[in-house]
Design a protein around this ligand. Structure first.
Ligand code: LP5
Ligand code: MN
Length: 240
């Protein structure tokens, strides 16, 4: 039996260059996730995704098959796009049985109103990233990008990954973390739920006092060091 009826993970960054992480994720899909009612994947499942042709990549195929098997077994697998895999599309959904989610999404987990996000939208002071995001989330830009040959798309993605790693060297930790005022704005706008997100790779349970209430914000870990996530357990969350 799974450790909770709902499991949440994010930031696995699966790629051919990290086979141990792929094996750990497949271990989750063939283990605890099989007995869970729901598995939420809150973005950056893949290191990058340049279109649903990725499904046919030999390094990715076992992940697709394992997602399809766990979905067919009765677990609802739900996926929210991250900043690395915002091009995951309908063909992926059909091949895996995974449901694509919007970001943010307000759900009830064991009766607790919970706002799920990838987390990048909370980082409002990262101007370079936010300009990039506005461009690549535009449907017209995406259609044009997806119409380009796969080999060109892959080269662009790799170029962009290198730019991102370089630019992060000169960004402060504060800029790359969530903006406190944005967290408060989102909490007010959505009725003071519990927040769960990834992206910043700073796993932590925060408590935000806001308008006389205390709102929890749970940050998921990335999978480079620890292949773990959170399980909803009655009205709390815990690492699994
Ligand atoms: O991902 P991570 O953790 O390194 O850093 C993120 C932000 N970076 C990104 C970029 C991704 O790493 C690369 C995604 C690949 C997607 C592949 C499919 C689409 C290919 C598109 C090819 C054009 O999201 C990083 C944040 C960090 O999180 C913390 O929040 O700071 O943001 C950046 O580093 C972005 C740079 O500041 C700005 C990059 C501008 C690039 C402009 C040249 C290319 C223009 C192409 C059209 C938009
Ligand atoms: Mn991310």
């Amino acid at each position: 039996m799974a450790s909770g009826s709902t499991l949440l993970v994010s930031d696995l960054h699966l790629s051919a260059s990290r086979p141990a992480t792929t094996a750990a994720f497949i271990g989750l899909l063939t283990g605890a996730a099989r007995d869970a009612a729901e598995l939420y994947i809150l973005g950056d499942l893949f290191d990058y995704w340049i279109g649903d042709e990725e499904i046919d990549d030999p390094a990715i195929r076992p992940v697709i098959d394992a997602l399809a098997a766990v979905s067919a077994g009765g677990t609802s697998v739900l996926f929210m796009h991250g900043n690395r895999d915002f091009l995951v599309g309908q063909r992926f959904a059909e091949a895996t049985g995974v449901q694509l989610l919007s970001d943010p999404l307000l759900v009830e987990l064991e009766g607790m109103p919970t706002l799920l996000l990838h987390g990048d939208t909370l980082c409002t002071e990262d101007d370079g990233y936010n300009r990039f995001r506005a461009t690549v989330r535009d449907p017209a830009w995406q259609a044009a990008f997806l119409a380009r040959p796969l080999v060109e798309r892959r080269a662009e993605a790799q170029r962009l990954r290198a730019i991102s790693e370089r630019e992060k060297q000169s960004k402060s930790a504060e800029i790359m973390d969530v903006t406190p005022s944005e967290v408060l704005r989102v909490l007010r706008e959505t009725g003071y739920p519990r927040l769960v997100h990834g992206h910043t790779h700073r796993p932590m349970q925060h408590v935000h006092p806001v308008d006389g209430r205390s709102c929890e914000r749970w940050v998921l870990p990335d999978w480079h060091d620890t292949a773990t996530g959170l399980a909803a357990d009655r009205r709390t969350l815990r690492r699994f």
